[in-house]
Design a protein around this ligand. Sequence first.
Ligand code: GDP
Ligand code: MG
Length: 231
Amino acid sequence: MSETYDFLFKFLVIGNAGTGKSCLLHQFIEKRFKDDSNHTIGVEFGSKIISVVNKFVKLQIWDTAGQERFRQSDGGAFRGGSDSSPDCMSVTRSYYRGAAGALLVYDITSRETYNALTNWLTDARMLASQNIVIILCGNKKDLDADREVTFLEASRFAQENELMFLETSALTGENVEEAFVQCARKILNKIESGELDPERMGSGIQYGDAALRQLRSPRRAQAESVQDCGC
Ligand code: GDP
Ligand code: MG
C-alpha cells in the first residue's frame, strides 16, 4: 500500500506488564505471534495504514517497552512512590501526550491485571486527553480454561466507563485487527460529527497527504477553470 493516507492517529497500548501488549502490537503489524525467544529489540513503536469506512488512516502506535513494570508497584501509574520523580513524570507525560486512541489491555486469566484498569484509565484521561478514545481488550482469549475475569463483568466495566470492549488473542490473532479498527472508526466518527477537532493542539490527529490534497483541490480546480477560460 502506498504511503498516502487521509489521517494519522497517535495510539497507545497500556495496561499491566505481561498482559500481551507487545504481542498485540506485533500481531497487528506483522500478522503473526511474537516468539518469546525474540527478546532482541522490543517493538517500541509500530505504524500501519488501515482502511476505515472510505478513509485511509495511518496508526502510529507507541508501546511502553517494559517501563510499565515500574509503575505497577504504585497501583498502575506514575503516582506517588519512587516513580514520581520529575524525570519519570516527564517521560510519562510525553508518552501519553496527544494520543487520540488507546488499547487498554488486561489478561483474562489474571484478576490482578483487571483490578489495575481503573488506575490506567485515570492516567490516560488525565495525561492524554479527556477525549481519548479507548478500547478495552481482554487479551489471552485462547486461555479460556484459566479465565479469572468473565466477559460479562468486563463488558459492564466497559459500559460504566464509556469504553469499547473486545476479548482478543494475540496468539491466534482473533479480534486484534478489529480492536485497532474499531478504535480508529470511533475517532473518525467523532471527527465527522465535529466532536473532535483535528486542528486542536494535542488532538493526536494529523491530516495526511490525501486529505490535504482534497482540502486544496477546490482552489486548484477553480484556478484551472480560470486558466481554461477562453475569454
Ligand atoms: P507485555 O508485557 O504486556 O508487553 O506482554 P507481552 O506481549 O510481552 O506478553 C507477555 C506474555 O504473554 C508472553 O509470554 C506472551 O507470549 C504471552 N501472550 C501474549 N499474548 C498472548 C495471548 O493472546 N495468548 C497467550 N496464550 N499468551 C499470550
Ligand atoms: Mg511489552
